[in-house]
Design a binder for this molecule. Structure first.
Ligand SMILES: *Cc1c(COP(=O)(O)O)cnc(C)c1O
Ligand SMILES: [Zn+2]
Length: 413
């Protein structure tokens, strides 16, 4: 890889040759992939990018840690829409608001960006089997992207994973182990199994390439905004890999001169599970928390990408915001009804946090903000119904329809 220098430990600074099966540093720290930005500048220009017809995450190859000979992964990951949400911006008192809907990815979450990267790297490593533990979306995205590319998968999920995600796993033909315990318990078992059988490891806690896949969401946002940097980008945070990837993408673009400043990140967590935000707010090392939230994808009591995530929030002079399950459900309804975007609970937590910060007057009135929806609502229909209610249910009778409209206070024009 001409564009990559090495992997560098974010804790002790030790460097490692960027082999495809790179894992953690000897000290236990996670690695960051370091690029040769001078080389990248010499091969990538905005004009070259603009002329490119490849509308997937692989359009940014010069900025990605893959060999030139490694094929694009088969599913169409990335280039998700960035919708301008004018009415919602007005409602929230923002200058401009865009919704980046990553729920439209092939397995319906932002995790496809990391899983496609894992599949590409597993191919380079000559692996036949890929494994991971996941709150659900990393699992379903790995299962789907691996199935398309012809890999076998072993997947560990906590037993609370919503049915929609489990259905995806079964459909994609993964070996699925539903672990009766927390996400932490799930992670531990997957680690032991991976050590024992030597599978390619797609755990974001260990594999430094995954946040490089996730960073493509930032590259896209900036290209879609014609390189005009927003003031804030709001996103939900669990393990921390996603926000770290988002920040990495922004810093890459800054380093190669595609953008001239950096936005502030808004890190949104659930009140019932916010170890990373708490660490920032109290300016303390993070401490494990219970996993008390319906937003299953961000119910991570022991975040494995804490180092990178905390660094991203701090370096960006970011804001933290913790939201209740009620506020998450309200955001589901808000995005659905104001923008036509259906997010799962963790998918809309960034928007829930943004709404809360606006209500608290913490953002400037003319602020320009991007809110990333990280996962699709169809993955967790039960919670969507809980958030938005049941429909009017009547027999096929016009009089009953009139009566129902009256009862619900619906005035038909
Ligand atoms: C995984 C996930 C997140 C959070 O990403 P982390 O890397 O765990 O911080 C947010 N939303 C959805 C829908 C996810 O699947
Ligand atoms: Zn180290």
């Amino acid at each position: 890889m001409r564009n990559v220098k090495y992997g560098k430990c974010v804790r002790c600074g030790r460097t490692y040759e960027a082999k495809p099966d790179l894992t953690n540093c000897e000290c236990g720290g996670i690695l960051d992939i370091v690029y040769d930005y001078d080389y990248i500048k010499s091969v990538l220009t905005k004009e070259k990018l603009a002329a490119r017809k490849n509308y997937t995450m692989w359009r940014y190859r010069e900025l990605l840690p893959v060999e030139e000979t490694t094929p694009d992964t088969p599913l169409r990951v990335g280039w998700s829409p960035l919708y301008e949400a004018g009415r919602l911006a007005e409602q929230l008192g923002l200058g401009k608001l865009w919704i980046k809907d990553d729920g439209i990815n092939p397995t319906a979450s932002l995790k496809d960006r990391a899983s496609a990267m894992a599949v590409a790297k597993a191919g380079e490593a000559g692996a036949k089997v890929i494994a991971c533990s996941s709150t659900g979306n990393a699992a379903s995205s790995l299962a789907g992207n691996a199935a398309a590319a012809g890999f076998e998968t072993y997947i560990f999920v906590p037993s609370r994973a919503p049915k929609g995600k489990v259905a995806q796993l079964m459909t994609f033909g993964a070996h699925v182990i539903s672990v009766q315990g927390s996400y932490e318990d799930t992670f531990e078992l997957s680690k032991q199994a991976i050590d024992r059988w030597g599978w390619y490891n797609r755990n974001a806690a260990i594999n430094p390439y995954l946040s490089e896949g996730k960073k493509t969401v930032a590259l896209e946002i900036m290209e879609q905004l014609n390189w005009e940097v927003p003031d804030y980008i709001a996103i939900s945070v669990g393990d921390g890999c996603t926000i770290a990837g988002l920040w990495k993408g922004l810093k890459d673009l800054y380093a190669i001169g595609f953008i001239d400043r950096l936005p502030r990140l808004i890190s949104a967590q659930a009140e019932g599970c916010c170890p990373l935000n708490r660490a920032i707010e109290e300016n303390q090392p993070w401490h494990p928390m219970e996993e008390n939230t319906l937003a299953d994808s961000i119910a991570v009591g022991v975040p494995r990408n804490a180092d990178k995530a905390l660094m991203a929030i701090r370096e960006s002079n970011g804001l933290t915001v913790n939201v209740s399950d009620q506020e998450i459900m309200a955001a589901q309804k808000m995005l659905g009804s104001a923008c036509g975007v259906f997010g799962e609970p963790a998918g809309v937590t960034g928007a829930a946090g943004l709404k809360k910060l606006c209500e608290q007057g913490k953002l400037e009135k003319d602020a320009r903000v991007v809110s990333v929806v990280t996962g699709n609502g169809l993955k967790d229909v039960a919670n969507a119904i809980k958030a938005c209610g049941e429909p009017i249910s009547i027999p096929s009778d016009m009089n009953l329809l009139l009566k129902a409209f009256e009862e619900h206070g619906i005035e038909v024009e």
